[in-house]
Design a protein around this ligand. Structure first.
Ligand code: NAD
Length: 286
């Protein structure tokens, strides 16, 4: 039997309609359109993958009824310039959400961001305050990709209580926060990473298997328990330009109970989660 396809685009259309209503209500409250600030550090040499992402995010924001602005710094900027820009945006009452496009140039380093964005405007959940609140299961703004995974599981009505969730990938932006979110929803969670020995022995235990390693087609059919729910967070561009996930979709499709495609699975929900958090949606299970 082949898997049910968990189509992120269908869920995205539903969420977009809900956010349109919420944005309209927020606009009435504020007297002006809520707004997202996108900070990009780059030099103008052609178009990058990040430019494509920013364009899509701004288009979705417009469709939902949020305004957005891009603030650019050159790659020669130092940490002090970035912090000054973020401080200005933190103080700007017309800005409701701030995201900084990663990666930052190596001479700046990501840790400068941990305390730089006001927690209430940190709509991709990267600040130490939001990470701490998530750890404590207090209301938090969370990494958008993790919010997207949880949203898809909920909209697909997948019960999490007591389920064995195995996450392949332990990054600060995907694997680790997602582990906490699944744990707070009563799943039994295992986090695997590059040092994990005998990865298939873990993945085969999963009722819910999340692949977030950044390795094209890492998860093969023999690593999946028949009937498992398989969520593919990976976005990998092959040398021929094809975009694939971390799951070998064609083989896993025959064994999984349900599976997200790439593209068209988690990706379409991620931008919407940034926008939802810009409209003051906090994640909490308490
Ligand atoms: P990362 O490189 O920061 O972390 C990768 C993690 O996977 C690490 O913990 C590493 O130990 C683990 N890993 C790597 N190779 C492994 C292997 N062979 N076996 C087991 N574990 C392994 O990556 P990230 O930023 O967390 O992103 C992960 C993937 O998710 C990437 O493909 C990225 O493009 C994608 N991503 C998607 C979205 C989205 O919106 N869908 C958002 C962010 C990232």
């Amino acid at each position: 039997m082949s898997a049910a396809i968990l189509d992120g685009r269908v869920f995205a259309a539903e969420i977009q309609r809900e956010l349109q209503d919420r944005a309209a209500a927020r606009r009435v409250e504020l007297g002006f359109q809520p707004s997202l600030a996108i900070v990009v550090i780059r030099d103008h040499i052609g178009e990058s993958a990040s430019d494509v992402y920013v364009r899509q995010l701004r288009r979705t924001a417009r469709q939902v009824g949020l305004s957005s602005r891009v603030l650019e710094l050159p790659t020669s900027a130092d940490a002090a310039e970035l912090l000054a820009l973020l401080a200005r945006l933190n103080d700007d009452e017309t800005v409701h959400g701030i995201i900084v496009q990663l990666p930052l140039p190596p001479h700046i380093g990501r840790d400068v961001l941990l305390d730089a964005i006001s927690p209430a405007k940190d709509v991709d959940g990267i600040s130490a305050t939001n990470a701490g609140n998530l750890f404590l299961n207090l209301p938090a703004l969370v990494p958008a990709t993790c919010a997207a995974v949880m949203e898809l599981l909920d909209r697909a009505e997948i019960d999490l209580d007591g389920q064995r969730a195995v996450i392949v990938g332990a990054s600060a932006v995907v694997g680790r926060p997602l582990a906490l979110m699944l744990l707070h929803r009563n799943a039994t969670v295992t986090v695997c990473h590059i040092y994990t020995q005998d990865l298939p022995s873990f993945t085969r235990q999963a009722d819910i298997l999340v692949a977030a390693a950044g390795v094209p087609k890492l998860i093969k059919a023999d690593m999946v328990r028949p009937g498992a729910i398989v969520i593919d967070v990976g976005i990998n561009v092959l040398p021929d330009g094809q975009v694939v996930g971390d799951v070998d979709f064609d083989s896993v499709y025959d064994i999984a109970g349900a599976i997200t495609p790439v593209p068209g699975g988690i990706g379409p929900l991620t931008n919407l989660m940034v926008l939802r958090q810009t409209l003051h949606h906090l994640t909490t299970t308490v």
